[in-house]
Design a protein around this ligand. Structure first.
Ligand SMILES: *[C@@H]1O[C@H](CO)[C@@H](O)[C@H](O)[C@H]1NC(C)=O
Ligand SMILES: *[C@@H]1O[C@H](CO)[C@@H](O)[C@H](O)[C@H]1NC(C)=O
Ligand SMILES: *[C@@H]1O[C@H](CO)[C@@H](O)[C@H](O)[C@H]1NC(C)=O
Ligand SMILES: *[C@@H]1O[C@H](CO)[C@@H](O)[C@H](O)[C@H]1NC(C)=O
Length: 961
């Protein structure tokens, strides 16, 4: 029967009707249900309010009843997340004494009818979004209201004069609204008032003398209004006052001496007014004071000695006045002082030693004329008080001398600001002991020496400012351990050496300023990892090379990099010399960047210049000879292929059918692992269809072993050049020992004086040359495949070099791809089988590898080392990335791949070189460094090429995670 709509109807259309129709209905249940229906309760906090219940007194959340009358006395719904407007439902709660709806989202204005709740003693509507003005007569019938809080709403208008008729009021809190106009005169007749808070409104006018009649007042806050005039003498009559907050008004004049009677006052806050004159001596008589805040006024004269009598004082703030003289020695008696702020006055003299003896937590002395050294005061500080200091700011004074290393004993310091003084020592290593430090500012002094590496112990440091000193030395690598650092300024010093790569570990870093120093070297590429960077100023140093590639550095403000003559790249509008490679400036070992050594061989380039020139000349000659040679060779090959194939009927063929134990005449077969039945293989050797390919050293055939395993057999065609049997066997056995996933394994060999065979593991996927240049089915290698091939081949080669074997014949047709797409380097070390490493023979054997051939082959004076393979590998890299042959023959032009890529890099168009069969699906931040690596590997001077182990490391660094 208690249907909600029905209830609504009755209450709002005909209250009398309700009573007459259902005399048994409980007004409280009705009132609360209607209240609930009017508001929103998104968290369902009021779900226990059930309209079927006959009484709300038992288990309705927030409701309390008077046990005798069984009527609702308290309704406390603080922080229930309620929103909407207060309806008239609550007016049914005739016996309500306490209504507290604080910390909700309620809106609308409050209506006069509230006054009908004649039993109401406590009304708390604070922290909602109520608005509108309070009706003028709101308080006329306020019955027995003791406490009203409308704090932190959006009420506006004048505070009604009727407030004065609420003679029972003890607490009024209208703080945090938009009340304007004068303080209501009626207020001063409320002799029972104990607490008055009108703070954070827009009240104006003067504080009337009448305030003196509030002789029960314990706390008054008129903070943050627009009150003017003087503090009335009457204030001194409120003898019970404990807390006075008149801050942030427009009050002026001196403080009335009547206030010295307020001996119970423990909180006196007059901040940010226009009070002037000397700080009265009598303040020292307010013995209960715990907080005294006179800051941001116009007080002049000295800090009175009488402050020494304030034994309870915990916080003293007289900052931003016009105080002069020195700090009173008498204050050494303020045994409870915790926070001491005299900053921004005109105080002079030394820092008294009591400052570091009393166990203060905050010492703020900045912006005065304090002088002398801080040493003595520090030295006299007491052990147990040192650990209490959290904040020390002595900036903008005239302090001089050393920064005492005792500063490290203040182990709890969170902020240390000694900037803008004349300290002239080096930074003591003991700063590293201030483990809680979050701000360190020593800027604008005359500090010298280098930054101690102990700075890396400051794990909580957010901000480090050392700018405008005379600091030298390197930036310590340990700075990378300051993991919380957000802002770092070392500008305007004389710091040398490189920017440490360890900086890249400071992932929170937003602002870094290294400008106006003498920093040298390249900028570590890893800095691109600093994703939070907003400003990175390295202007006016001696840095060189390219900026790291990355989102921030691509859009860096040119003024942040100016004044570095050797810096290059688009931002500084200077093209980078291509031999100044990016990958090489990395330490291949360091992902954690603990060392900054740069494995560049370019430092040596001056000495080698002449050799380099020779090589360049030789190389030019080699290319010309090579082009002629290859043309001749091509003609020959064409002639050969047009002849019918006859060559395969080789004489040793029959020998194969014999077992390995047959006599020497018929040859010797050695398999390195066991002795498989080889006889079934014989026919395959005779079968031209089984030919896999031909190279400088002979033709290769596929055949099957007895166990069904495929092998590739290379028939060496250069028998006249082959060494004696012993030499041959020794070399082949050495090659047979080489085992690596990226190397085609040599499984065995066969030897007769007229026929030599090498037996290799068979690799199913064909060679890289075919994949790159003869891709028939239109499918092509993805970037991932290509990178994998480059990396695998590099690993294979690196392993060879570790075994002291030079490949001599690296080219794409010697890279085989297995069934899983893994590359395997083939045909290595065969030059060892030649009687001697004759350059002419070598280059004639491998002339088909033109374009891969290192220039030193053409120079008799330069020793051939494994670096010739690195050259070939460089070409291979370029070939794999661009999909172009090392040398392409146009109609009447020869395009040398490495020159083309180098040219494109200089023109900033290197990305266009990437094989367009990938249709742009490649990460530029891998492809470009890889191409640069390729170019470095093809340096003319062998010693400028990295070794293969480095190449592997660099490639792994380049690969994006
Ligand atoms: C108050 O309401 C606003 C939107 O109307 C909402 O964003 C906010 O979270 C609410 N606050 C509370 C305490 O419920
Ligand atoms: C007035 O209310 C605000 C908000 O609830 C509170 O922060 C302040 O302390 C109150 N003032 C007094 C004097 O209790
Ligand atoms: C501060 O006081 C001085 C005299 O002590 C006076 O000349 C000056 O006008 C005052 N300044 C303000 C802003 O009241
Ligand atoms: C890199 O690491 C290897 C072995 O860990 C070491 O031998 C080599 O010196 C390191 N190179 C550099 C430049 O630190």
């Amino acid at each position: 029967m208690r249907n909600l709509l029905g209830v609504f109807f009755f209450i709002f259309l005909s209250p009398f009707l309700v009573k007459s129709l259902s005399p048994s209905l409980n007004d409280d249940v009705l009132g609360l249900i209607v209240f609930k229906a009017d508001i929103q309760d998104p968290d369902g906090k009021l779900s226990s309010w059930n309209e079927e219940d006959y009484s709300p007194c038992n288990d309705w959340v927030g409701v309390k009843c008077n046990p005798r009358s069984n009527r609702v006395s308290d309704l406390v719904l603080d922080g229930f997340g309620l929103s909407g407007k207060l309806g008239r439902g609550l007016l049914q709660l005739k016996f309500l004494r306490k209504l507290s709806l604080a910390k909700n989202n309620l809106t609308g204005s409050i209506s006069l009818s509230f006054a009908q709740l004649s039993d109401l003693r406590v009304l708390d509507l604070s922290k909602n979004s109520f608005s509108g003005s309070i009706p003028t007569d709101f308080f006329s019938q306020c019955g027995s209201l003791r406490s009203i809080s409308l704090a932190k709403n959006k009420f506006s208008g004048a505070i009604p004069e009727s407030l004065g008729s609420c003679s029972t009021l003890a607490a009024v809190n209208f703080s945090g609204n938009q009340f304007w106009g004068f303080l209501p005169l009626g207020l001063w007749s409320l002799s029972g008032l104990r607490s008055l808070d009108f703070s954070d409104n827009m009240l104006e006018g003067e504080i009337p003398e009448g305030i003196g009649s509030l002789n029960n007042l314990r706390a008054i806050s008129l903070r943050n209004n627009q009150l003017t005039g003087k503090v009335p003498d009457g204030m001194g009559n409120c003898l019970l006052l404990r807390s006075i907050d008149l801050s942030q008004n427009l009050l002026s004049g001196g403080l009335p001496s009547t206030m010295q009677k307020l001996s119970l006052c423990n909180n006196l806050v007059l901040r940010k007014n226009g009070f002037g004159g000397e700080v009265p001596d009598w303040i020292g008589g307010l013995r209960s004071l715990e907080t005294l805040d006179l800051s941001e006024n116009n007080f002049s004269g000295r800090v009175p000695d009488s402050f020494g009598k304030l034994q309870s004082l915990k916080t003293l703030n007289v900052s931003k006045n016009a105080l002069t003289g020195s700090l009173p020695e008498a204050m050494s008696n303020c045994a409870n002082l915790l926070a001491f702020d005299v900053s921004h006055n005109s105080l002079t003299g030394n820092i008294p030693s009591w400052v570091f003896k009393l166990g203060l937590q905050q010492v703020l002395l900045s912006g005065n004329g304090l002088s002398g050294s801080i040493d003595d005061a520090f030295a006299l500080s007491l052990e147990n008080s040192r650990n209490k200091l959290l904040i020390l700011d002595v900036s903008q004074n005239k302090l001089s001398g050393e920064i005492p290393s005792a500063v490290g004993d203040f182990g709890s310091l969170q902020l240390l600001n000694m900037s803008r003084n004349s300290f002239f020592s080096s930074i003591p290593a003991k700063v590293g002991q201030m483990k809680s430090l979050s701000i360190l500012d020593l800027s604008e002094n005359r500090l010298n020496g280098s930054i101690p590496s102990e700075i890396g112990l400051l794990k909580s440091l957010d901000e480090m400012r050392l700018e405008k000193n005379s600091l030298g030395g390197n930036i310590p690598i340990s700075i990378g351990n300051c993991a919380s650092l957000i802002s770092l300024s070392l500008a305007h010093n004389e710091i040398t050496g490189p920017i440490p790569a360890s900086l890249a570990k400071l992932t929170l870093l937003q602002i870094a300023d290294f400008s106006f120093n003498k920093l040298k070297g390249a900028i570590p590429k890893q800095l691109a990892n600093l994703v939070n960077l907003q400003s990175f100023n390295i202007s006016h140093n001696e840095l060189e090379g390219e900026l790291p590639a990355g989102a921030f550095f691509n859009t860096i403000n040119p003024s942040s990099v100016s004044g570095n003559p050797s810096l290059c790249g688009a931002v500084v509008n200077r093209s980078c010399p291509t031999v100044l490679p990016k990958p090489i400036v990395l330490n291949p070992n360091s992902t954690d960047a603990t060392t900054d050594t740069i494995t560049q061989s370019f430092g040596r380039s001056k000495k080698l210049l002449s050799i380099s020139a020779i090589i360049a000349i030789c190389a030019a000659a080699a290319i010309i000879i090579g082009v002629i040679a290859i043309t001749v060779l091509n003609l020959r090959v064409r002639a050969a292929t047009s002849r019918p194939a006859v060559a395969l009927n080789f004489s040793g063929g029959d020998d194969f059918s014999h077992s390995p134990s047959t006599d020497g005449d018929s040859g010797k077969l050695v398999m390195f692992s066991g002795e498989p039945d080889f006889s079934t293989a014989t026919h395959a050797l005779l079968n031209k269809d089984c030919e896999l390919g031909r190279g400088g050293f002979g033709a290769v055939y596929r055949t099957m072993l007895g166990d069904g395993r495929s092998v590739a057999i290379k028939k060496l065609t250069v028998s006249s050049l082959v060494k004696s049997q012993e030499d041959f066997e020794r070399e082949v056995k050495k090659l047979g020992k080489v085992r690596h996933d990226n190397l085609v394994a040599l499984e065995g060999y066969y030897w007769t004086p007229s026929l030599q065979l090498l037996i290799y593991e068979f690799v199913s996927g064909g060679n890289l040359y075919k994949h790159l240049h003869e891709g028939s089915d239109g499918s092509h290698l993805s970037w991932h495949d290509r990178f994998n091939i480059i990396l695998g081949a590099a690993k294979g080669l690196s392993h060879l070099h570790k075994m002291n074997i030079i490949h001599y014949n690296l080219k794409s047709s010697n890279i085989l791809i297995d069934g899983f797409g893994e590359p395997k380097v083939a045909d290595y070390g065969l030059a060892r089988l030649l009687p001697m490493l004759d350059r002419y023979v070598l280059s004639s054997k491998i002339q088909s590898a033109l374009g891969y051939m290192a220039p030193e082959f053409a120079c008799k004076t330069v020793k051939i080392t494994e670096k010739c393979d690195v050259y070939g590998f460089g070409i291979l890299i370029l070939e794999v990335v661009t999909g172009k042959r090392p040398v392409e023959y146009m109609e009447d032009d020869v395009v040398v791949l490495s020159d083309m890529v180098r040219g494109a890099l200089e023109d900033g168009k290197v990305e266009e070189c990437v094989d367009n069969r990938m249709q742009g699906k490649f990460p530029a931040d891998e492809a470009i460094p890889v191409m640069k690596l390729g170019l470095i590997c093809t340096s003319q001077v062998p010693s400028n090429r990295p070794d293969m182990a480095e190449v592997v490391n660099i490639l792994e660094l380049i690969r994006c995670p």
